[in-house]
Design a protein around this ligand. Sequence first.
Ligand SMILES: C[S@@+](CC[C@H](N)C(=O)[O-])C[C@H]1O[C@@H](n2cnc3c(N)ncnc32)[C@H](O)[C@@H]1O
Length: 897
Amino acid sequence: MAKGQKKTGKGRLDKYYKLAKEQGYRARSAFKLIQLNKKYSFLESARCCIDLCAAPGGWLQVASKYMPANSIIVGVDLVPIKPIPRVATFACDITTPNCRNLIRGELKDWKADVVLHDGAPNVGTAWVQDAYSQVELVLMSLKLAVEFLVKGGTFVTKVFRSADYNNLLWVFNQLFGKVEATKPPSSRNVSAEIFVVCRDFIAPKHIDPKFLDPRYVFKELTAGDSIDKGSSLNNAHANIFQPDKKRRARDGYNEGDYTLFKKVGAEAFVEGDDPVGLLGTVNQIAFETEKEKEWLASEVTSEDVKANFRDLKVLGKGDFKALLKWRTALREEIGLDVKSKPTEELTETVEITEEVDEEQQIQEELERLNAEASARNKRERRRQNEQKTRTIQRMQLQMTAPLDIGLEQDDPTLRLGGQDDIFDLGMADKEMKRRRKEKFLTADDTLSDDSDSDAEDSGSDDEAMDIDADEERQRKVDAMEAEMDGMYDAYRERMAERDAKFKVKEARQKNKLREEEWTGIKSDNSDEDDESDEGGWDVTQSAKARAGEESSDSDSDGGSDEEEIDRDDADHPNAQSAIAGTKRKRVGNQERSGSKPVASNKLPRLMTSLERSESKSGSKAAQLWFSQNIFEGIDDEVEDEEEGSADEWENESDLGDSATGQAEQDTAADDDSDIDYEVVPADADEDVEMWDEADENIDDLKRAHIKKYGLVTAEAMTLAQQLVNRQKTKTEMINDGFNRYSLNSKENLPSWFLDDEAKNYKPNIPITKEAVAAIRAKQRMLDARPIKKIAEAKARKKFKAAQQYEKAMKKAEGVNSNTDISERDKAAQIEKLMRKGVAKGKGGKREVKLVVAKGAHKGVKGRPKGVKGRYTMVDSRMKKELRAKKKKEKETKKKRR
Ligand SMILES: C[S@@+](CC[C@H](N)C(=O)[O-])C[C@H]1O[C@@H](n2cnc3c(N)ncnc32)[C@H](O)[C@@H]1O
């Protein structure tokens, strides 16, 4: 498969794929049903549901989650469905009477409230068995639906936009009160699928069989079909002449065009009128009949040709030409065509031989030049490596500073040593290309008028040379990265040694990241908002299981299976963690920064970010560092690379749009544009570590922190307010969490780059004034609260006071009951007791009044005038003396130690 056609990897791992994985759904398509149900709410009230074409079971999981406990859920598919608790499944073709009988057996007298159909022919492993087209499948599912649906029931079906679409809608409208077509957000835009929700089943007593007969419903198809066929044929032709460029089916999809795999016999290709169109539309040309097998054994059928016929979708222009040549040769051999002008051909043969010789010469010459160039490069590289090692050693010995390196590189003597060449990759590459082109031009003078096939051959030479040049460049990049890592480490060491401030800054940075709290994570039992915040299918399942509901599924193996998925899900972070994704990125960066750098081939991204960090960074040291000559010329390279990757990206998206996209047709699971059905692997271990996949325990810790202390940052408060005030939905927040950096891999990135990213790669989180005010108020409240010890002491005091008061009351009662003393004495004694009790309760200490011995009190002996109660005379002298005494004691204590 060509590079641009690759459909695996992160390109396809979209939001819903990730969410499905996180929430334990078997297919990302589960979100389509969730979104449809959100709009039309048909599952919550349903007691019986039939899912036609249900494998691998994503929709069944959703139905089981949203439908009330003990509902009847039946799933049917050509391929067996792994057991799902409380769901009955069986493998069967929905177009057969057997399927009807099986459903009847399962439902007994029940009628279904909802019939779902997400079928697409030729998907999965059973494509060979299915001869029906999608619209016919829809009609078949409708047939089952009308049989099993209760009056007022709902039928949900997937339909592909095609010439039959309107005919189908017409039929739906005859049988249902409300018919609406909708495309849920999780259905990819590039997919031709649309969902029709038919509500209020009329349940007529008699249904005209023609309504459900494809021969009548799709009767007028031919005219439109031919138009569509025309456009698709044009596409097919274009696919042959420019196989790299994939085309969209803007006019909708021809009936059967969304079938993933098409095979025709060689006879149709050899004897048909439009071999080019055929090559552009089918996947395989087979040799199955006797006649075809004879052709296969023919001399003109080389091994290459046989291999090419096996998978037409991976072929290039040259391969197609070879197949067309084969066709011509075979047709001549079997007498369908007559060879023209045999004498002229002879002359031509001589010319071709000459060309081949010339080509060989060019090839040899190119090989020789390549060998020479790579030997020269090797020598240069060795010299440069030695040079670099010396430089690094000098840096480590502190003989040179990063700034000095820049000066050294300006040194013309070093330039002679090849410094320029290694650091200025763009220049080196351009020079290499220029040299090669010169050779080509001289050789091409004779070939310029030649046929396409010659151009192709030279193209393949070009490719070979490109591969050499790529390898060469990769080696250079590796060397440069290794060197930069070394230099960076040395630079950091030197900075750390020299600059105390740097150390403090680093420590602070680490602390900050450690202490950073992202507290916007929802608690496990928060309200449901949308599909992404519901804790996933398996969470609900386990809840339902806890409630002790009985499984309608008799298969006991299902339990272990589901448990496994539950465990998987528990390992996954909550969907809400996506909100916190941006924050965690930072933590992740810091965590990574300690890892040993590995030479990587991610130069473009690395350099792009480097450029960004350079411009953003306010640090002079960083600017100095990146202003060195070693970074010169990288810009050009980066631009080239970026353009390249952008092209590649474009290709990929083109591919996604393509109706006949190779990637989509290779495997059922790889299909995106037509049948937007994607099985989500349960195993997360194989994933490359992402920027936003930080330590998953962090979420738990944060959750616990929030439980204990509430929201403590303005960001968290802002998000919470936005949610409460309905300014933002959780879906929007999750969407915000997914950005173009979300799926960036940290693998193989050098430590200096990760360090720099940690400094500059910070999300810009909006914080409202109200949130800041709320946090401040909270802080003030906390500050105003006494610390625990003081509160305890106060409580003790209060308790003591109460005890004393009680004691005094008892004594007072004793005095009161004494008949020997007069009432007046009683009153005096009680008052005294009470005063004492209150005073004791207050702390038991009597107030001592301080009287300063100055003015009228100076030199007074005995109680000074006007002073009542306990008193102490103090004067400034005494104060000073006491202070001096204390100080002296302290010093002598210190000395003794
Ligand atoms: C897009 S998938 C369904 C995905 C499913 N809704 C889910 O969420 O997991 C389409 C399914 O239709 C099934 N299918 C196609 N033709 C069928 C037929 N004639 N009878 C039963 N199932 C069929 C395929 O086997 C395939 O599993």
